[in-house]
Each structure stands twice: as structure tokens, then as C-alpha cells.
Design a protein around this ligand. Structure first.
Ligand SMILES: *[C@@H]1O[C@H](CO)[C@@H](O)[C@H](O)[C@H]1NC(C)=O
Ligand SMILES: *[C@@H]1O[C@H](CO)[C@@H](O)[C@H](O)[C@H]1NC(C)=O
Length: 353
């Protein structure tokens, strides 16, 4: 057996030197990071292998996106990879400017409705996202929204700010999670993580709907049903589906009309899953009890938007995955997808492999 040792040493030396060689060979490849705020952990992974270009501007907010646009168009020619760290559409113009060596777009998000999938596919460009690593953080926000909407945080925080507390045995009463029926639209990673987190709240029944039954549902005690049944039985309706042509405005005047009068709508997916005018009417007329949204259309939601006049709406500024650890995990995964794409390895989390 001893003779194997030198062979093993030789093999490991060879693989170390081939790693060094491949790093040397990839160093001239350029990778563009779309925003000036991106976790260091992700940048480090990229810098180890590639030449990293990074926008000097923030890729968020109206001004940031405008300043960024020119900058990205100037930086992208010759880049082999694009790391996208926001939810803004990736324009055809940007892809045109890139040139044929662009191999991958890696978006640091679970949703990828901002990436034009048919366009990328037609150009032979790979696409990756960052699912799973953000499920628990987003599920925590789903629970926060459930509590915030059910216990009337918007009104209650207003009372604290104004000093006019409306305290009384029957004043500003909310709703219990205990004993309720919770309906999850989209029992993927985020939907499942939400059920797990809520299971300590003595929920009466979990329902879910989607294209097909999920094998994971059994262990979660979640029952598969139609959208119509879920809507008319649930006390909490949680939207955790990706935005697609099919799910666009799936919560509209018709579907809101099927919900219970005490129902609470939660959205941790994308703003366009909900017809906001119809939601405004349903909340204003108390056709449903309340809503909690982490996502809106547009983002930011202008402060004079009529939704923000509703006491029974609890809104957060799209912070689902916004924790130190989760954003770092997303950044590293997004970076590793680029490393794999440019070194001939399979993507870790492919959308277009
Ligand atoms: C809910 O909707 C389904 C499908 O339309 C219907 O069969 C069922 O009777 C409804 N249940 C309730 C409680 O309204
Ligand atoms: C409302 O959403 C349902 C379910 O997604 C859909 O079938 C229906 O066409 C939509 N209705 C309107 C008025 O958009």
C-alpha cells in the first residue's frame, strides 16, 4: 500500500497546481457586479478567480438605478459574467452591449422575473438564482407580517407615536393564530419554512395549493387543495409563489371576493401577485380583515399611495432576505455560481443550466 502514498501526493500536487493554473487562466475574465453595495464575502469569492468590476452606484431607488444604468452600459463590454443584486429588469440593451463572451447572469435573489429568461436562453447565456439560502429569513418576515397584520401593528404603532392610546377591554382587538386555518399559496422553500415556523403557534390546519402536491407536505401536516377552497377556508392566506404570467395579479377582485371576511392576506412574493387597487377596495370596505405586505408595486411605494392610508394594512419595505447572514449567504452562492459557470462546472442553483 505504501507505493500509493507518493502517487497520492503527486496527484494532490497536480490538482493543486492545476487549481493555481486555472485561477491564473480565469484572472483575465471580467465579472461585473451591478451595485456598489454587495457583501464582501461574495466579492472575495469573485476576486480570488476573476477581475471584478463593480458599479460605483447603488442599484436601488429611482436615482440609484438611473445613475447605474449608464455605468453598467460602460462597464459591461467584454465581461464574462454579470452579478445582479437587485430586482430591476436586466435590459436587452445591456445584454447587447456585453458581447458574445457573456456566459452567465447570476441574480442574488430567489425570484428572477426581472431576468428575461427567453432572451437569455436565445442568447445561450446561463442564469442562476439564490433559492433556499433565503427561505428561513423570508419565512421569518412572513410570520412577522402575520403578527403585524393580525395584531393591528399599524394602528397600534400610530397610537404610540401620537400618545393617544386607545386602551380598553374591547379596544383595538386583533385575531389569534391559534386554531386558525393557514393557507399557503406555493409550498416551495419559503412556504415550507413558513409552515415550520408557524407550527409552534397551535395553528388548526395548514392548507396549500400549487401545480402539484408536494412530497414535503406530509411531514408538515399540510393538506393540498384547490385555490378556491384555500381562499374560502383560510383565515390567513400567504402568497409565497414566484411571479410569472400565470401568477400575475392572482389576487384580484375575484379572488379577494372568495376570501373570508376575517381573512388576512400576506405577501412575501412579489408586488405584482396582487392587484393593489382591488386590495385597497377590499381592505377599505372591510371585505377582508387586513393585509401584511413585504412587497409592493412599485418599490418604494410612494408615501402618498392610497394603500398607506389604510389602518388595516401593515407594510414592510421588501426586507424578506435582509439579514446579515442571509445576504452574505446569497452573495457567496451567487458568486460561486459564476465561478462554476466560468470554470466548466455545473451551476449550484441553475435556472438556465
Ligand atoms: C369553497 O369553494 C369550493 C369551490 O368553489 C366549494 O365547493 C365549497 O363549498 C366552498 N366552501 C365554503 C366553506 O364556502
Ligand atoms: C383573478 O385571479 C384568478 C386566479 O389567479 C384568475 O383566474 C382570474 O382570471 C383573475 N381575474 C381577474 C379579473 O383578473
Amino acid at each position: 500500500m505504501l507505493y500509493l502514498l507518493p502517487l497520492a501526493l503527486f496527484a494532490s500536487a497536480l490538482s493543486a497546481s492545476s487549481d493555481a493554473l486555472s485561477t491564473k487562466m480565469t484572472k483575465n475574465l471580467k465579472v461585473l457586479v451591478s451595485s456598489n453595495d454587495f457583501p464582501e464575502s461574495g466579492l472575495e469569492v469573485l476576486k480570488e478567480h476573476f477581475t471584478v468590476l463593480q458599479s460605483r452606484y447603488l442599484h436601488f431607488g429611482e436615482e440609484g438605478v438611473r445613475e447605474n444604468k449608464e455605468e453598467l452600459l460602460n462597464l459591461i463590454p467584454g465581461c464574462s459574467a454579470l452579478l445582479w443584486s437587485s430586482h430591476h429588469p436586466i435590459s436587452k440593451e445591456l445584454l447587447d452591449k456585453a458581447g458574445p463572451q457573456l456566459k452567465i447572469v447570476s441574480t442574488a435573489s430567489a425570484g428572477y422575473n426581472h431576468a428575461n429568461v427567453p432572451e437569455l436562453k436565445a442568447r445561450g447565456i446561463k442564469l442562476s438564482n439564490t433559492p433556499n439560502v433565503l427561505s428561513s429569513a423570508v419565512a421569518e418576515i412572513a410570520v412577522a407580517l402575520i403578527l403585524g397584520a393580525a395584531r393591528r401593528f399599524t394602528e397600534n404603532l400610530e397610537q404610540v407615536k401620537s400618545g393617544q392610546w386607545d386602551i380598553g377591554f374591547t379596544k383595538t382587538l386583533g385575531q389569534d393564530i391559534r386554531g386558525s386555518t393557514v393557507g399557503i399559496i406555493g409550498l416551495g422553500g419559503i412556504g415550507q419554512a413558513t409552515v415550520k415556523r408557524l407550527s409552534g403557534f397551535e395553528v388548526g390546519k395548514f392548507l396549500y395549493t400549487g401545480h402539484r402536491e408536494k412530497p414535503e407536505a406530509k411531514a408538515l401536516n399540510a393538506e393540498f387543495t384547490s385555490l378556491d377552497n384555500l381562499l374560502n377556508q383560510s383565515d390567513f392566506v400567504v402568497l409565497a409563489v414566484p411571479l410569472t404570467d400565470e401568477t400575475n395579479r392572482m389576487i384580484n377582485s375575484t379572488t379577494l371576493g372568495k376570501m373570508k371576511k376575517n381573512a388576512i392576506l400576506i405577501n412575501v412574493g412579489r408586488g405584482d401577485l396582487v392587484d393593489q387597487d382591488a386590495l385597497y377596495d377590499a381592505l377599505k370596505n372591510k371585505q377582508i380583515y387586513a393585509a401584511g405586505l413585504d412587497v409592493t408595486t412599485p418599490e418604494p411605494l410612494p408615501k402618498d399611495n392610497k394603500l398607506l392610508t389604510l389602518p388595516n394594512l401593515f407594510v414592510l419595505p421588501h426586507i424578506g432576505s435582509a439579514t446579515v447572514r442571509t445576504r452574505s449567504d446569497m452573495a457567496v452562492l451567487a458568486a460561486e455560481n459564476i465561478v462554476n459557470a466560468l470554470t466548466g462546472k455545473p451551476l449550484l442553483t441553475p435556472v438556465l443550466p
